[in-house]
Write a protein that binds this ligand. Sequence first.
Ligand SMILES: C[S@@+](CC[C@H](N)C(=O)[O-])C[C@H]1O[C@@H](n2cnc3c(N)ncnc32)[C@H](O)[C@@H]1O
Length: 347
Amino acid sequence: MENRIRHWRRARGLSQQALGHMVGLGKPTISKLERGELRLRDVTIAKLVDALGVPAGELLGDYASGASGPQARRGPGGARAHEPNHEPSREPNREPNRGTKTHFGFRAVGVEEKARLVRDVFSAVAPRYDLMNDLMSGGVHRLWKADLIDCLKPRPGMCIVDVAGGTGDVAFRILDRAGGAASGTRVVVCDANPAMIERGRDRAADRGVFAGIDWLCGDAENLPLADACVDAYTIAFGIRNFGRIDRALAEARRVLKPGGRFVCLEFSQIVVPGLARLYDAYSFKLLPALGALVAGNQAAYQYLVESIRRFPDQERFAEMIAAAALGNVRYRNLSGGIAALHSAWRI
Ligand SMILES: C[S@@+](CC[C@H](N)C(=O)[O-])C[C@H]1O[C@@H](n2cnc3c(N)ncnc32)[C@H](O)[C@@H]1O
């Protein structure tokens, strides 16, 4: 009998192996489930519903509901994922971060628990965070961050908040591009983790940057900033760590001045055929091992891999930005969709 697991797995940009990791099954089992060769047990259905973010009836298709044809089964977010429509969604939000439940990697947890676990991850890796970034990406994260700066086009005198700014990588680049502190440019790095900020301050001192950057410890979902106070809001590799992405986006809009720019760099879903398999092997096998070797923390890098897989794909995330009433949402894939750069305006 036909089910819709393959359809939704592909719509979410997941390989069979990645979905298998998410639900604790091997690739051959996922393959058999997709072909309807295995009976779906309730516990497996629950895991698949959780992993793919679609209701059971939608997932089971003909298998359970008897509905026919893809149009009859258009799920919120999922079917829209391939439509270039960034109007705010009036359909119910089925994102995993709604309410008090969210995910820490593949595990369902409460939002408070996620905040604590994420804090533990970054407290543990802070001393080796920048080195690991270079090793993991072969330095490519630097090119992606340069793309973010090109997209932002910071000008002298601007006030910009870099949320989840960590050790200051993006802030240093913004300040450099805008002409340094003497140009009147001000960057506020806001991050929830004191250890990451501490590391950022040390880096600033090492570079002789004593003005132009303010370091603020604060939560992206409740920014310690006034309404309409910044010209731009940037965030790099931070948003997938949040428990309530919709709240963080609402906060982005609140602190932006009308006409202000939102730019977000985040890991995303591979769009180049063939690359996904390689990337899966690299991320599920090599990355955690590298984390263990260099940062002494395999679990933190396992979380990194899982959190990337759980994050909405390019189109779904664009919809979430639009749903936060930010306008003119666009995105660009970087390195075949390994990362994506989303931008929008507060209109
Ligand atoms: C992967 S690091 C990114 C750091 C930096 N933006 C970069 O690109 O190198 C993610 C950062 O998000 C921060 N973070 C996680 N949850 C947060 C929250 N709720 N509010 C603010 N920052 C948060 C972490 O402390 C961490 O520094």
